[in-house]
Design a protein around this ligand. Structure first.
Ligand code: WT7
Length: 632
């Protein structure tokens, strides 16, 4: 286990070493994990053609570090606690020993299905302990997991299964969440009518809902796993650069990208960042409220805490059900030490009123984390005052699916607290701000594009099946740098403040959604001719989705069309991408070359029409007035 820095001085020394001698620095960090064979080369890199390799020659299995390594001295300690959605339901917990044997048995069963190194397995499940177990079991046999968030539709799921070429899907009968039972296996069935290549579907029966089983393809997962002991569940020997998982995320073009992370580098950075940002000690209870279907859940619900020997808490439900004090009940029930959640959850709890949190002493809490979107000052203060009782440092953590782990954050309890600032780069991370020409901005307090000039172990290696897309997206705009897609500013103390995306990617309730993706879905409606989607500031969600839609012909019943468009988006992406507002319009503001001027659309959607800027380059400037008049 890694010891967290004990002072800002120690942090600064580590930072200096990581810049002066990155190989020595990372070699030291990596050597704190157990490797089957040590690496022969720490780093090989080239940001131009984009090729980065860490710890080559080294072999390992991440599950040996998450589980086996702890057995001798922490085997009886709790690895995972599960809190069900139903507040009256019984929670479950697994010691390291128990989790280890579950994972071994599941790994053995997966092998008996013919799964092995390099096979892609899609996981589409609710937040139940079986989800954590199967993800670890997939890693144990050297297969590649592709977890798809349970809120995505059959279409999105089918696209992801097909893109990754999955041979197997693991799912559950239904999703139980916030007093509702939502379909899960049914969605998989529908997805699989649209794609080939899946030989086997495992179904965990967790809700007791009836499901149709397809003979020869579908298997009852509990039954199957119960046939195996640990034999056959040994950890596969993996090369450091072998893929560990694929996770799909939205970009500025229509099709989500399969971000690929590797066994060695991802492991090192997941454990390293978890330990230093939260200054977590073995045995502490860490609660990351994200779903495992997102990168936050991968790195800080599953891998990070287990690598450090902490106790990770997994919650099936939602913050405000059955009441807005659910989070605090869970914190008290399980004596949570570290809470890691998203600003959107904080804002919705804040909106419910202080009375819901006041009665709870929340004595066990030591550190509060925030992730996923910029946290506004009011939400930060409320989190610090009402939840942390002014006792707990709040650490705002900036990172991305592609970065694998937190790159910029306040180091809990060490660095000064500055609301709305994400904080300092972790040692080993070399961020820069670039101007539009790609020149580094040296002075402080100037806004620029956030980029990183040196590799770190858990950076994206490729986008599945399309390396050129990866190179173009992240290394094409500013040659020599990893480009994040975010704008940021740095103050005199070196603290970074993240402003938000500078591309056509929205952040709705901490979920990343591409405008092009939503537009493609809207355009699937037969009566839609064209659409343009923009984000508008929203008090609770951070950003809301506003869609301008041109219909074919004159819409007879606008309300019906709007409802149908919403249903179409739900069908093609999922509920998370539903537009908040749909304005039916006769035209869109386009330049003579046909480019939609989103800047103008954003202003109109926000209702800020006094300064629309120069509209003279538009093909038809009169369209702007029509849009303003039709605003909803
Ligand atoms: C985008 C990445 C991995 C975190 C979960 C979302 C935004 C993330 C912050 C933060 C301001 C943030 C950025 C980033 N973002 N964390 N602390 N402050 N913005 O991962 O879905 O890959 O989205 O989320 O815009 O680029 P993601």
């Amino acid at each position: 286990m890694i010891q967290p820095f004990d002072s800002l001085d120690a942090y600064e020394r580590a930072m200096q070493l990581s810049v002066d001698d990155p190989e020595a620095f990372w070699s030291h960090v990596a050597s704190q994990y157990s490797w089957i064979q040590p690496w022969s080369q720490v780093l090989n890199w080239d940001f131009r053609c984009y090729d980065v390799r860490w710890f080559e020659g080294g072999t390992l299995n991440i599950t040996l570090n998450c589980l086996d390594r702890h057995l001798s001295d922490r085997g009886e300690k709790t690895a995972l606690i599960w809190e069900p959605s139903d507040p009256e339901g019984a929670s479950r917990s697994f010691t390291y020993q128990e989790l280890h044997s579950e994972v071994e048995r599941t790994a053995a069963a997966l092998r008996r299905q013919g799964m092995g190194k390099g096979d892609r397995i899609c996981v589409y499940m609710p937040m139940v302990p079986e989800l954590a177990v199967v993800v670890l079991a997939i890693a144990r046999i050297g297969a590649i997991h592709s977890v798809v968030f349970g809120g995505f539709s059959a279409h999105s799921l089918a696209d992801r299964i097909a893109d990754a070429g999955c041979r197997m899907v693991i799912t559950a009968d239904a999703i139980v969440r916030g007093g509702k039972i939502l379909p899960c296996k049914e969605v998989v069935d529908e997805a699989l009518t649209n794609c080939n290549g899946v030989e086997r579907v495992w179904v965990f029966r967790v809700s007791g809902s009836d499901v149709d089983m397809i003979y020869g393809r579908d298997v009852d997962a509990h039954e199957e796993i119960s046939r195996y002991s640990g034999t056959g569940g040994e950890a596969e020997v993996m090369q450091a650069e072998d893929p560990l998982f694929i996770l799909y995320t939205s970009g500025s073009t229509g099709k989500p990208k399969g971000v690929v992370h590797t066994c060695g580098g991802y492991m090192v950075y997941a454990g390293y960042s978890f330990t230093h940002v939260f200054r977590a000690q073995p045995g502490e209870v860490f609660w990351c409220t994200a779903d495992i279907g997102w990168i936050t859940g991968h790195t800080y619900l599953l891998y990070g805490p287990l690598l450090q020997g902490s106790t990770t808490l997994m919650f099936e439900g939602i913050p405000i059900w059955p009441n807005p004090d659910r989070f605090w009940k869970v914190c008290e029930r399980h004596s949570v030490n570290l809470l890691y959640t998203a600003p959107t959850a904080i804002r919705s709890l804040m909106a419910a009123g202080d009375a819901w949190v006041k009665p709870y002493s929340l004595n066990s809490l030591r550190v509060l984390g925030s992730v996923g979107e910029p946290i506004n000052a009011e939400a930060w203060q409320w989190y610090h005052r009402e939840v942390g009782k002014r006792r707990c440092p709040v650490t705002d953590t900036w990172w991305q699916t592609e970065t694998g782990g937190i790159l910029i954050a306040a180091l809990a309890g060490l660095s000064p607290l500055k609301p709305t600032y994400a904080g300092l780069p972790l040692p080993g991370i070399q961020p820069v701000l670039l101007d539009a020409q790609g020149e580094i901005i040296e002075e402080n307090e100037r806004e620029g594009y956030l980029a990183v000039r040196f590799p770190w172990p858990s950076m994206i290696r490729t986008t599945w099946g399309d390396h050129e897309r990866c190179r173009q997206t992240y290394f094409g705009a500013y040659p020599g740098y990893y480009f994040t897609g975010d704008g940021a500013r740095r103050d005199a103390d070196g603290y970074y403040r993240i402003i938000g995306r500078v591309d056509d990617v929205l952040n709705v309730s901490g979920h990343r959604i591409g405008t092009a993706e939503v537009e493609n879905a809207i355009n699937m409606h037969p009566l839609v001719a064209e659409s343009a989607v923009v984000g508008v500031p929203d008090e609770l969600k951070g950003q809301a989705i506003y869609a301008f839609v041109i219909c074919k012909g004159d819409p007879q019943n606008p309300d019906n069309i709007r409802a149908e468009i919403t249903a179409t988006v739900t069908e093609f992406i999922g509920k998370i991408a539903r537009p908040d507002k749909i304005q039916l319009v006769p035209g869109l503001p386009k330049t003579r070359s046909g480019k939609i001027m989103r800047r103008i659309l954003r202003k109109i959607a926000e209702g800020d029409v006094s300064q629309l800027g120069d509209t003279s380059t538009l093909l038809d400037p009169s369209v702007v007035d029509q849009l303003i008049r039709g605003r909803i």
